[in-house]
Design a protein around this ligand. Sequence first.
Ligand code: SAM
Length: 344
Amino acid sequence: ADADLDGDFRLLTGLAQGFMVSRVLFAACELGVFDALDPAPLSARDVASRLGLSARGRGRCWTPAPPLGLLLRRRRRRAGPGGGGRPRLRPGPPPPAASLVARSPQAQRSTLRYLAGTTWAVWGRLGGAVREGRNQYPQALGVATREPFEAIYRSPAERLLFLRALQETWAAWGDRVLTAFDLEGFGAVCDVGGGSGALAAAFARLHPGSRVSVFETPEVVADARAHFRAPRVRFVGGDFFRSPLPPADLYVLARVLHDWPDEACAELLGRTRGGSALLIVEAVLDRGGRGPLPALLLSLNMLAQAAGRERTEAEFRALTRAAGFRRFRLRRPGGPYAVMLARK
Ligand code: SAM
């Protein structure tokens, strides 16, 4: 019985303190710890003095980082100048190192800042979101809207952060997603809600014969032009629920349907009827919607942050079929997202 209690308590503590692990990661990024260790390992004391951290703080903050795999503690062979034989820290093994160091092409730093800001605030009101069945932006962020993209884009800086975070996903996974199916031969391609054009630019690179456009809100189009590079991608501004979409053979919808309830998805998919195929990229739930855990958490996030949910393969099949796309296939190229190709 004692052993059971011990185990139960350990499990409970692990779950209850899970947020502290996230916060160690967010703080290390915010303070610049991983960048200070790139390219050469340093002692914890040297990191602290380089970053101007307090003596009280530095002793504690990194202690949990090595067990979490965020930092590796490497013992020096000989005492040397500066380090005096102190163990040196370096970013943990990939993927953390590749994702955490700002100059890495696979850096996920804006994603972490976005999670630490908007997502963190909204998850603080998760109980309210579950009770009321709607997002909690007014309570969590003090904004006077429940429109997800008015709240997330509440300032130009927040909009840019979100767009950078989106971009990071495709720097890591874009090619895998776009090579899951043979997409050669589509002349005009439109990425609907394609953010700052990272996935669209990857498409244009992989298929030099295609003509690729992104349809986005006018503010995002302006940001894409001012702050991002998307060679060979044409940007078109408007509201995808109201304005006509650019004509295309293939419409791409990546992480867009999960923002919206079924009726809005049906409306949006109805607007793509002129195309011959749809490429949908989402974190798909297992049959019955019981897993996997990352997709379940993302689905909860859609309750707290948006108006939609994650869906099962059968649900995507039904949504696309209702819009006239009857031949449906799903592939999992590895990574967080599944890819679905639905053809007429
Ligand atoms: N497809 C991109 C990706 O995977 O990185 C972006 C996904 S993001 C979750 C959803 C996108 O839909 C945002 O970039 C947002 O600006 C865009 N969006 C939302 N409502 C829109 C609307 N009414 N018209 C056009 N774009 C919209």
